[in-house]
Ligand binder design. Structure first.
Ligand code: SF4
Length: 239
């Protein structure tokens, strides 16, 4: 059994060096994998943090499965990178929601758009893959909306959430990826720091890593909802 943590996350971010953080991340995944085995699944958004977590998980066990949630609005570079990743790792399952939605919903109601195109397929992935522990690449230094998270969380009944690189700095992610020669989404070469759907992602220059997300809406620098909304619903509740 793994219990939700209540750590002083800021102290860990500042107090541990890169090697200690990598060891801590591996140990978190190892401990969780011992408990959850094949019901531990990595959510891979194809961003730098996800591919780092995916690489860490594969070091723990090549058997570990993953899922990708994609949308019709992902940039061509991300779609191409996804095709390459799935060819390399067939144990990555792709989910999307192809339901019709109002035109430019991402402008008129981005929360609703993310609910339909991102949260719903994530819930479906968790349900269909019978996930009991999902592993994410969330980091508390990414921006204002990510400071309150913990490494091990119990947000939904029967679903543990593991954030094994929560305390890594952005530069430590790049350090890890460079050291292990991990392929990344080519959009980073263009200057993006946080990747999402095309209409909702700009190249930003500020301190906040997620400042380029949903620019011009009330959701700027915010969340799509997979880290904040319930992922297991009572029957008939809808999205
Ligand atoms: S990021 Fe934008 S386009 Fe993608 S699901 Fe959310 S609102 Fe829609």
């Amino acid at each position: 059994m793994l219990e939700a943590t209540q750590e002083d996350v800021k102290a860990l971010v500042e107090g541990l060096n890169f090697k200690e953080k990598v060891e801590r991340s591996l140990s978190l995944i190892e401990r969780a994998y011992k408990v959850y085995a094949d019901t531990l699944v990595v959510a891979n958004s194809l961003g730098k943090d996800s591919v780092a977590v995916w690489h860490l998980a594969k070091r723990v066990s090549p058997r570990i499965r993953g899922f990708i949630v994609t949308t019709r609005f992902k940039p061509p570079e991300t779609k191409q990178f996804m095709t390459e990743e799935v060819a390399r790792y067939p144990e990555l399952k792709v989910y999307s929601n192809d339901v019709e939605i109002p035109e430019r919903l991402y402008e008129t109601d981005p929360n609703r758009c993310c609910d339909i195109l991102k949260v719903e397929p994530t819930r479906r992935a968790i349900e269909e893959m019978k996930v009991k522990c999902w592993v994410t690449g969330l980091r508390c230094t990414e921006g204002r909306t990510r400071v309150e998270f913990q490494e091990i969380e119990q947000r939904d009944e029967g679903l543990l959430k593991l954030n094994p690189i929560l305390i890594w700095y952005e530069r430590e992610v790049w350090e890890y990826l460079a050291l292990h020669k991990v392929d990344v989404n080519p959009l980073y070469k263009q200057g993006y720091r946080s990747l999402g759907c095309g209409p909702c992602t700009k190249i930003s220059t500020g301190v906040d890593e997620r400042a380029g997300r949903w620019v011009g809406t009330s959701k700027v620098g915010g969340e799509c909802g997979i880290h904040t909304r319930p992922l297991k619903l009572v029957e008939g509740a809808g999205i």
